[in-house]
Ligand binder design. Structure first.
Ligand SMILES: N[C@H](CCC[C@H](N)C(=O)O)C(=O)O
Length: 279
């Protein structure tokens, strides 16, 4: 079975055709994503090419399915370019979290994705929080008084504004916030420090993946929350441990993301990877 391994700012994914994915159980996908017993990855991207518009499914390392992934979409767009299915003209991609527009820039190392509209209604995540939006609301987690803003990019995000970013706190509290009862489908988590009106620094805890070096939808959500709160302007550089993404806003919180993609390898998986697993 053939997999293609890419990363976007250190948020790495395996890509495979749906004819390969259809042979795999959810347990086997989790094994493939394991960094010791499998190839290792922050998730699996499944290319569904039997429709006129390319369709992407996104499976997290814990086997859960995500509605959208920003780095995943940039990687998928680059993969479609590498296999010659698209050129440099913009094209549409369908995801569970909605249709997006992608463009692979010259040289294929930069990809632009119009990620759709940021939504602030708790019901969009979903989250069981009263009101039309949940902006800078108090959340007590692990004895810490936090200020949370909820955003949907098609997938759910809980954005925590802090004075000073502490990545250890992201690792310490991320999993507890991810699984709070107010998030029936769990949530992605970002801790955000506003550097100035055009720069933010974020730490990421991903739903179904844990701490990651970068996240596209998290960057969009964090920048959108800070814009909604009036802390940033229409163009924001998001600084993450894995690198930076350029986020820009148009209209009513329509979010565009531009950033790099690199191919690492194509990998043929040996069936022995699954030896000893329950049938
Ligand atoms: N784990 C996320 C999906 C991947 C998000 C991240 N890798 C990105 O680049 O947006 C979720 O369950 O919503």
């Amino acid at each position: 079975m053939l997999f293609h391994r890419y990363h976007g700012l250190g948020n790495d994914y395996l890509v495979c055709h749906h004819s390969v994915a259809s042979l795999l159980t959810n347990q086997q996908i989790q094994r493939i994503c394991d960094r010791h017993y499998g190839i290792g990855s922050d998730g699996l991207l499944i290319d569904i090419d039997d429709a006129e518009i390319p369709t992407l499914r996104i499976i997290n390392p814990d086997g859960s399915e995500a509605e959208k992934s920003g780095n995943g979409l940039r990687i998928y767009a680059r993969y479609l370019s590498d296999i010659g299915r698209v050129g440099h003209a913009p094209f549409l991609v369908n995801t569970l979290g909605g249709q997006v527009r992608c463009e692979v820039a010259e040289g294929a190392h930069q990809v632009i994705v119009d990620m759709g509209q940021a939504k602030f209604s708790p019901s969009a995540l979903p989250a069981s929080v009263e009101g039309d939006d949940a902006l800078a609301f108090p959340l007590v987690v692990g004895g810490h008084q936090l200020s949370a803003t909820l955003v949907s990019m098609g997938n759910p995000h809980c954005v925590i504004l802090v004075k000073k970013l502490d990545l250890d706190l992201v690792r310490q509290l991320g999993g507890e916030i991810e699984t709070l009862a107010i998030f029936p489908k769990r949530t992605n988590v970002q801790f955000v420090e506003v550097l100035d009106r055009n720069n933010i620094s974020i730490g990421i805890w991903e739903r179904g993946a844990g701490y990651t070096l970068a996240s596209g939808s998290s960057s969009c959500a964090a920048a959108s929350a800070m814009r909604k709160l009036g802390h940033v302007d229409d163009n924001v550089t998001v600084h993450m441990p894995g690198g930076t993404l350029a986020i820009s806003f148009s209209g009513d919180f329509q979010v565009s993301m531009r950033g790099p993609v690199q191919k690492i390898a194509s990998v043929t998986l040996d069936d022995d990877c699954f030896w000893g697993m329950p049938e």
